[in-house]
Design a protein around this ligand. Sequence first.
Ligand SMILES: [Fe+2]
Length: 302
Amino acid sequence: MTSTAELRIAHFSDTHVLSLEGATPREFLNKRATGAVNLAFNRAKQYRVELFEKLLDALVALRPDHTVCTGDLANLALEAEFRRVEEILVARFAPDALTVVPGNHDAYERDATRAARFENHFGAWMPKDLRAGRPGTYPVVRLRPEFAVVGLSTAVPTPAFLATGTVGDTQRAEVARVLSQPELVDKFRLVMLHHPLLPDPSRPLDVMRRLTDAPAVIDTLRAGDPHLIVHGHNHVFLRNRLPGTDVPVIQVASGSRRKAGHMAELNVYRVREARLVGIERHIYDEVQDRFVAHDEWGRTLS
Ligand SMILES: [Fe+2]
């Protein structure tokens, strides 16, 4: 990026919208019939669609240059959930204002991936610039004069109680090809995916939520030389870095959660000369009923 102007990219994730409207009993004769569905209903008490809408209104008011979303928009990957989220997004984002990739909840059961529900509902925000294959395949690629977004899918159906993700060899090869294209050389290069690249030893059962091919993905990204990697999945803000590099790897918290100490938030990445120079965390304040800007350490910004 040659311009010295500041680029601002907003990021939200993990809104877990639950909607059973029009769901048929047949859709529950699978993983959704297990105890896992109880978890989904408990989750819905904390992850509120009205707070998600408030978050997006606050985000739009910040007028970022672009917005990225790293998945888990749905909860049980039911058609009604995707329809609800599509309505919410279409009211706020033109196709060139937002780029999305799916999370494990968007591929909760095989019927959702077979019907390509995520891609059918959100395809408007999944560009394939740079002749990067046919629509509905991954990675998604967005090229702008100042930046490039390369969005990976880690979303694969898993057995009940597993929340793992996988990029896979074919997609990884395409990511390597895209990141090596000359069109990306002078741009700020942002890579996004749903699952974290690194394990979180502080989380019990982290192994059941991991990216199964993380070491290979890390190698691919290291060779591709991105400037920033962002992801969701674990619902807390976290800064890491790509092993063996100084490339920041940032995890955003949930964009719809209403729980003391874990309120909904979004990140804004401030970029100058292809370098991340700051992160604003806009966190919901229940008393003020609005989103308040914080620095990455949680201190209120005036
Ligand atoms: Fe997730």
